[in-house]
Design a protein around this ligand. Structure first.
Ligand code: NAD
Length: 476
């Protein structure tokens, strides 16, 4: 039985445990639900060696075989969906429906990535010369993931990395390692030994990955502060890096929308996963003409949302995932209260157990207040009033980060024109979280380096190789 309480790493296709263990806590109860191995440096070395040894055969396989194995990952995840979702909810906190959604998206992603191939571009082909551009796998990819969407972040890295012919050493967050370890266990029967290695441990393990001389690329998702450390460490061996980092995304609501219709979409764009989404709405700019009406509808919607243990029926929103984040969000609330800011709903955090923060909506706080300038990564949303498009765009763009943003209007041409002026990697118009396997996703400014997804994302797992060939001059 795979979904028991024993958790092991996957190194060279085998189960590996460690003397030390990391206690994993259910954020709804604060009870320890399992222990993940805490990998030693020697165990990381073993994982990297296994990946390095598996690389020649894996990269030499016809791409059709790799495509078939990536599609098979989808089948395995779907087959174990309900057990995996229960474990996901227990360690991550998100209600079961949202956990199942993540597994469904992982499966769709694998199916889509399995349809990709590496292009060969012919830039010159004539009687004397042929010039081709190929894309070669890099070797061993180190993948490091955060705790807000552990399975999806893992799939977003390993599926394209493997398809391109790389082998992988993946490290989940120490807060949410369990479902990723089980995914590794499931895939021992699907992928050849050494092709996918899953190691668990703390931040030191992440640091060892970024410094390891036999890892050729690091694909990292996490905070901007850690992303900078990753890039610095990777520079010592000139590793390729893709960094998907934090954001403080603005949504701009134009005056032509119907507040009642739009409120649930805005609400879930901000609060899905208890607002622990890199591209959630984190600053909501509403035109002054409809500010009061939209604010009212958001609060009315918030009152219908049940907060609780995600394993229970009827719960819509779970706790914040860990104690560190819980304290951080509580401090932001304290700061807003101390500054005399008004909460339209929420603002007071009840006593535990569980890292529960009630939905908190702040009424038009000053633009320079912490709830506006900082990424809360928890259920605190500032509503901000504006009158003028140039002014709101200036405010929306006044951020060191530039991950995503959204525009809400019935006038699509106008919305697209405004959206084009956002300094962000993604602009959504009248929708949220439209992640697409065939469209690049990445951050401007300090939200990241490089992209995931689409052909551009796939090619970040490759080195470019130009082959020029000229016919030898005839001897005559
Ligand atoms: P984090 O940076 O604290 O940790 C992310 C991962 O990095 C963890 O696995 C951690 O163990 C590891 N790590 C920590 N220190 C390291 C080091 N020195 N070297 C290498 N690895 C190290 O981030 P988090 O708190 O887990 O995640 C929340 C953040 O992630 C938010 O800022 C959020 O916006 C961002 N995020 C971004 C995206 C995106 O696609 N842009 C997606 C999800 C989350």
């Amino acid at each position: 039985m795979i979904f028991d309480d024993n958790y092991s790493m996957t190194i060279d296709g085998k189960a590996v445990v460690s003397d030390a263990g990391i206690a994993v806590v259910n954020p709804a109860t604060e009870e320890v639900i399992g222990h993940a191995p805490d990998a030693s440096r020697a165990q990381l070395d073993a994982a990297v060696t296994a990946a390095k040894n598996a690389f020649p055969a894996w990269s030499a396989r016809p791409i059709g075989e790799r495509q078939a194995m990536i599609a098979a990952i989808a089948d395995h995840m779907l087959r174990h969906k309900s057990a995996m979702a229960r474990l996901f909810t227990a360690e991550q906190g998100r209600p079961l429906g949202g956990a199942e959604w993540e597994i469904d998206v992982c499966a769709q992603w694998c199916q889509a990535v399995a349809g990709f191939t590496l292009p060969v571009e012919l830039v010159e082909d004539n009687d004397t010369r042929r010039v081709e551009i190929h894309h070669r796998p890099i070797g061993v990819v180190g993948a490091i993931t955060p705790w807000n969407a552990p399975l999806l972040m893992a799939i977003w890295k390993m599926a394209p990395a493997l398809l391109a012919g790389n082998t992988v050493v993946l490290k989940p967050s120490p807060y949410t390692p369990l479902s990723t370890l089980k995914l590794g266990e499931l895939l021992r029967d699907v992928l050849p030994a050494g092709v996918l290695n899953i190691v668990s441990g703390g931040n030191d393990l992440g640091q060892w990955i970024t410094a390891h001389p036999d890892i050729g690329k690091v694909s990292f998702t996490g905070s901007t502060a850690t992303g900078k450390r990753v890039m610095e460490s990777a520079a010592q061996t000139l590793k390729r890096v893709t960094l998907e980092l934090g954001g403080n995304d603005a949504a701009i609501v134009l005056p032509d929308v119907d507040p009642k219709t739009i409120a649930p979409q805005l609400f879930w764009g901000a609060f899905f996963n208890s607002a622990q989404v890199c591209v959630a709405i984190k600053r909501l700019y509403i035109h002054a003409d409809i500010y009061d009406a939209v604010a009212h509808e958001l609060v009315e919607h918030a009152k219908t949302v049940a907060l609780g243990d995600g394993a229970q029926q009827g719960v819509d929103l779970g706790p914040v995932q860990n104690g560190m984040q819980y304290e951080k969000v509580k401090q932001l609330l304290d700061d807003a209260r101390a500054a005399g800011q008004k909460f339209l709903i929420g603002g007071e955090v009840p006593e535990g157990p569980g890292y529960f923060i009630p939905i908190s909506i702040v009424d038009n706080p000053p633009e320079n207040s912490r709830v506006v300038t900082e990424e809360a990564f928890g259920p605190v949303l500032p509503l901000l009033k504006y009158d003028d498009i140039d002014d709101v765009l200036r405010r929306a763009n006044d951020s060191e980060t530039g991950l995503g943003g959204s525009i809400w209007s019935n006038d699509l041409d106008q919305a697209r024109a405004i959206g084009a002026r956002l300094e962000t990697g993604t602009v959504w118009i009248n929708e949220m979280f439209a992640f697409l396997p065939n469209a690049p996703f990445g951050g401007h400014k300090q939200s990241g380096v490089g992209v995931e997804h689409g052909m551009a994302g796939l090619l970040e797992f490759t080195n470019s190789q130009t082959i020029t060939s000229r016919k030898l001059a005839s001897a005559v």
